[in-house]
Design a protein around this ligand. Structure first.
Ligand code: OOG
Length: 256
């Protein structure tokens, strides 16, 4: 237990001070249960500073992300009130380490989802709204380099996220929904919803089913980010990034 608290404090200090640390797998982190315990302890530190849990996030759910990070398994994390930004916000980069941004499809839940056995159909039935999201990730590890367990402990590299302003009820086939990521008006990445586990709702189902082991569930009102559809792009000073998802609208973040 003392390792769990020590590791969580190390990652939290790194996030607060904008510095990096060495991967915890080099310091003895060796199993999934402990990695999620570190994540949990990290979130408790944020809650101690007045933040609330507002939802969940998936990571490494697309091949593009897995190849970019050299990690071939998905994971989940938690998003808190301190990570929420309005679309159009300009993020001060001096508060971050080496941020990257990626486009995602977010689910706003109108009912809880509790595993085991949660399916894509269950997720869609429980979804009140869908919206495009920009997820800003900022690994606390040197060189943005980590193993699966390290990224779990670091809460899926979470730093900030923004949702589009339009909230749309689920309709059409999300697997075939197109997503385009632009930086300063230039298209830099694109994908279909199927890039995430064949269907973005499959990622939400994965999280609901994984939470059973820790006695958890996805709650009504939570937003769940289903994971980067494309490889991430570095957030550069002075740039503006926009993700557009067909039928769901756009979301924009700037950096300064
Ligand atoms: C960890 C996972 C980040 C995603 O959608 O893949 C993530 C990372 O790549 O730093 O949220």
């Amino acid at each position: 237990m003392s390792d769990v608290r020590t590791w969580a404090a190390r990652l939290d200090d790194a996030a607060v001070s904008g510095t990096t640390v060495a991967p915890l797998t080099g310091d003895g982190l060796a199993d999934l249960t402990t990695a999620y315990q570190v994540q949990n302890a990290l979130i408790k530190l944020r809650q101690g500073r007045g933040e609330r849990i507002v939802g969940g996030k998936l990571g490494l759910t697309s091949k593009a992300k897995q190849i970019a990070m050299g990690v071939d398994k998905p994971l989940y994390g938690v998003v808190t009130s301190g990570m929420v930004r309005a679309s159009g916000t300009r993020l001060p980069l001096k508060e971050l380490i080496h941020p990257r941004v990626e486009p995602e499809i977010a689910f706003v839940l109108g009912a809880p989802l509790e595993g085991p056995g949660v399916t894509v159909a269950d997720v869609l039935a429980a979804t009140r709204y869908l919206c495009p999201a920009l997820d800003v990730i900022d690994s606390r590890y040197e060189g943005f380099s980590f193993k699966h367990l390290d990224a779990i402990a670091d809460n899926a590299s979470s730093a900030a996220f923004a949702l589009g302003d339009d909230l749309v009820e689920p309709q059409g086939d999300l697997a075939l929904t197109g997503c385009v990521l632009e930086v300063d008006g230039q298209v830099v990445q694109s994908a279909a919803g199927a890039a995430v586990m064949g269907h973005p709702a499959a990622a939400v189902a994965f999280m609901a089913n994984q939470l059973v082991a820790a006695g958890g569930r996805l709650e009504e009102g939570w937003v769940v980010l289903s994971g980067g559809l494309t490889a991430p792009v570095p957030l550069q000073p002075g740039s503006t990034v926009t993700a557009t998802v067909s039928g769901l609208g756009s979301v924009t973040l700037g950096a300064e």
